[in-house]
Design a protein around this ligand. Structure first.
Ligand code: SF4
Length: 333
């Protein structure tokens, strides 16, 4: 551990220097407002930076602070989140905003960690970036970078490995905690990339990184084998009648809970709804399941009462449809 601490201590100054020169301009960089940092961190969970940029700016225009977010309806919040996926994040954000509007944004790790939807990583990121607290934010990116730097062979899918790296980081946090936290993330995002593609010749650690010096970059991080995703066959019906389209709300619990969607099912029932006008296939990948979809545009025989019938404009304005159904939205016009 002593040796690791020393290596990491030596790694901090060149990393900060590199970050100062090479960091990307991102809309959430430079702010110390915990609300804005929190929104960005929640959006960035399981979502790529490029995809988040536009959403972040639009979301903050609509909800510039916790009060405006707290006072919005759940439908409005989900609508602003539409297409970002993992909608429980939006619901938790909304729930947490109500607490923040009442009591103010928490000022320490325990308080931030207690907000709905905030785990150790997000709480660490918010506290270090907003308040310069030495609270490590350890995710897969950071673990990849650190296990390579130290040629550490522990399995990063084990909780004990995460905890060990968290302890290690706490020992070396400089006073610029926020910059350090972001510089680690940035190195993992643009230089020390996953899947055996680290760009070591651009890395500020190329002369001290144990994996690189041994030519073993691709061996790290060590991970458990991934379980294969389950594939599901789904038939999607875009029902059209007199300029209106059918929607239904998903169930209370489970995948995409309570979001609006086109009617669908696991058996092909297209012909029972009316005349099929068009057909196309699409695929959507969730974390644990993969949907193989066949969609049908159908001239509906009737306004089936189990569905909500809306105009294309109403659908656009008021109903958040998961991006899984994006391929079929082009029929709504
Ligand atoms: S030298 Fe290469 S493997 Fe090591 S931290 Fe830098 S990019 Fe990653």
């Amino acid at each position: 551990m002593q040796n690791e601490i020393q290596v990491l201590k030596n790694a901090v100054p060149p990393l900060l220097e590199w970050y100062g020169v090479h960091k990307r301009e991102l809309p959430w960089r430079g702010t110390r407002d915990p609300y804005k940092i929190w929104v960005s961190e929640i959006m960035l969970q399981q979502t790529r930076v490029e995809a988040v940029k536009g959403y972040y700016t639009a979301f903050l225009e609509k909800f510039p602070n916790a009060e405006t977010l707290a006072n919005a309806s759940e439908e409005e919040v989900l609508k602003a989140w539409e297409g970002l996926g993992y909608y429980s994040r939006a619901r938790n954000l909304h729930k947490a905003a109500k607490l923040i509007a009442e009591k103010g944004f928490p000022r320490d790790f325990a308080g931030v960690r207690s907000l709905p939807g905030v785990g150790d990583y997000t709480a660490g990121a918010i506290c270090s970036i907003a308040y310069d607290l030495p609270c490590p934010a350890v995710d897969g990116n950071v673990l990849r970078v650190l296990t390579r730097l130290l040629a550490d062979e522990r399995n990063i899918d084990e909780m004990s490995t995460r905890m060990a790296f968290s302890r290690l980081l706490r020992e070396v946090y400089p006073k610029e905690a926020g910059e350090f936290c972001q510089s680690l993330m940035e190195l993992g995002a643009i230089v020390c990339m996953p899947n055996g593609e680290p760009m070591c010749s651009l890395c500020p650690w190329q002369t001290i990184c144990a994996a690189h010096l041994a030519g073993r970059e691709e061996e790290f991080p060590v991970r458990s084998e991934k379980k294969a995703r389950k594939a599901e066959r789904i038939f999607v019906y875009v029902l059209k009648k007199e300029g209106k389209f059918a929607l239904r709300q998903r169930e209370e619990r489970g995948l995409l809970a309570r979001l609006w969607e086109f009617p669908n099912g696991t058996e092909n029932a297209a012909a029972t709804y009316g005349k099929i006008l068009a057909e196309k296939g699409a695929k959507h990948i969730f974390t644990h399941v993969e949907w193989e979809m066949t969609g049908y545009l159908i001239e509906a025989e009737a306004f089936f009462p189990q569905f909500l019938w809306v105009t294309p404009e109403e659908m656009r304005e008021n109903y958040a449809l998961p991006s899984a159904f994006k391929a079929f939205k082009e029929w709504v016009k």
